[in-house]
Design a protein around this ligand. Structure first.
Ligand SMILES: *[C@@H]1O[C@H](CO)[C@@H](O)[C@H](O)[C@H]1NC(C)=O
Ligand SMILES: *[C@@H]1O[C@H](CO)[C@@H](O)[C@H](O)[C@H]1NC(C)=O
Ligand SMILES: *[C@@H]1O[C@H](CO)[C@@H](O)[C@H](O)[C@H]1NC(C)=O
Length: 405
């Protein structure tokens, strides 16, 4: 069967020989399309031309970005690529030298409203790999970000966006100093991320590591994320998401949410966050929903397990009156129903005495919340405690603090 498949591939790929590429069949080197790699002149057009050619080819296509620094304006790499079976976007790096770097323009006027920097859209079977770096050059734009304080703020560009892609692999790449989020996955099916390194200073605003919205079937594994906001944020409309092997910190921890802010939001279900470490983060694992949600939604079947935390501010927190601003309208309680949320085998040290905070919605109390072997110690002197609102937690094994009974 496998042999037949390979022969078929050979046959399918036979016409791609001699398609004007230099590095062999199916390889599209951005330099052959005019990329200068001097880090100064805009290489967007050659990149788009290489993508176009690869997308129009058939069989297995590879876009090669050799070592070097490429300045890019916002670019959209879009499919569908009908005859392409797999498309590799290879940011080549020499071993141990950070090269193959894409550098974002620092001119915010180049970005449309809500536009990301590098966007991959409507493509099936894409792999982004090679050890290279997406450098968002965010530091100069961070002072213009008013979103942590103002509701009607101008949102800065996300560095790398995947929109409506299927069967995507992102492996061994680095994202550095995004202007806003580092990576966003929107409406994707079957996405596998691993070996991802994400780095921005603890003080950089809204530089979430990986933000998910409306995806089905996402795994993010073996990655190191340190930012100024959530390492991973799992927003509305996600199902079957597994986050594992993450080292998170600095940052605001790993969160489900925030949920219940907008009218068009959909349910969240079947989420697992496991086998990860959080070090020096503001929060550990968190579920956050806004009060006054415009529609009723639910977040069910969420498991947090096998986590180790060191010097974390709020190790476990459910907050259904989430408000990042000085003041929010909390006149109505959250209409996001939380149920089947499990915390299992979690331990470490907390810098605040309240290690477990469960603030559930008054109108829709949390249901089936359970704790098993969750143990914290205070990083300072004194005992630790839990606070609870509108919830009864089930517990088994040994737990410290004892969650609200
Ligand atoms: C992804 O899968 C969905 C559902 O199977 C399909 O409707 C959509 O067209 C696919 N998108 C691409 C880019 O292949
Ligand atoms: C809960 O989510 C897990 C992980 O996605 C899944 O394997 C399991 O089947 C789900 N359980 C239910 C009852 O849906
Ligand atoms: C701390 O917890 C221990 C064990 O539960 C208890 O004996 C002790 O009185 C507590 N100390 C304070 C200051 O609450």
């Amino acid at each position: 069967m496998e042999i037949v498949k390979q022969m078929l591939l050979l046959l399918l790929c036979f016409p791609c020989h001699g398609m004007g590429t230099t590095a062999g069949s199916g390889t599209f080197n951005v330099k052959d399309f005019g990329a200068r790699a001097n880090g100064v002149s805009d290489d967007s057009k050659p990149f788009l031309a290489a993508w176009d050619a690869a997308c129009k080819s058939s069989g297995k296509a590879k876009i090669l970005v050799p070592s070097g620094t490429y300045l890019l304006n916002p670019v959209k790499f879009s499919g569908p690529c009908r005859d392409v079976q797999t498309l590799e976007f290879m940011l080549q790096a020499r071993p141990h030298i950070l090269q193959g770097t894409l550098k974002a323009t620092t001119d915010l006027n180049k970005f449309g409203n809500g536009q990301g920097w590098v966007q991959f859209g409507r493509v099936d079977g894409l792999t982004v790999t090679g050890g290279g770096t997406f450098d968002g050059q965010g530091a100069v734009s961070w002072p213009y970000n008013k979103c942590p304080k103002e509701k009607n703020c101008k949102v800065l560009p996300t560095s790398v966006k995947f929109v409506n892609t299927n069967n995507t692999i992102v492996k061994d790449i680095t994202s550095l100093n995004s202007k806003f989020f580092h990576m966003a996955l929107l409406g994707c099916q079957n996405f596998k991320g691993s070996g991802i390194t994400i780095t921005a200073p603890a003080t950089s605003p809204n530089t979430d590591g990986i933000h998910l919205e409306g995806n089905t079937g996402v795994t993010i594994a073996s990655s190191k994320i340190g930012t100024g906001d959530d390492c991973v944020s799992i927003g509305h409309g996600n199902s079957f998401v597994t986050i594992s092997g993450i080292t998170c910190g600095p940052g605001h921890g790993i969160s489900v949410g925030s949920l219940g802010r907008y009218k068009d939001e959909e349910d969240v279900q079947n989420i697992v966050v496991r086998d990860s470490r959080l070090i020096g983060t503001m929060n550990g694992v968190r579920v956050k929903t806004w009060a006054n949600s415009p529609v009723k939604t639910s977040a069910i079947n969420i498991t947090f397990e096998n986590l180790v935390m060191r010097d974390v501010g709020n190790p476990i927190i459910i907050d259904q009156t989430y408000c990042p601003y000085a003041k929010c309208d909390n006149s109505a309680s959250s209409k996001v129903k939380l149920s089947d949320v499990r915390f299992r085998n979690i331990r470490g040290t907390t810098t605040s005495p309240v290690a477990v905070t469960l603030k559930c919605s008054k109108g829709m109390p949390c249901e089936k919340l359970s704790f098993h072997d969750v143990n914290f110690q205070h990083a300072g002197p004194g005992n630790i405690s839990s606070t609870c609102l509108n919830v009864k937690a089930e517990s088994s094994g040994t737990n410290n603090p004892l969650p609200c009974q």
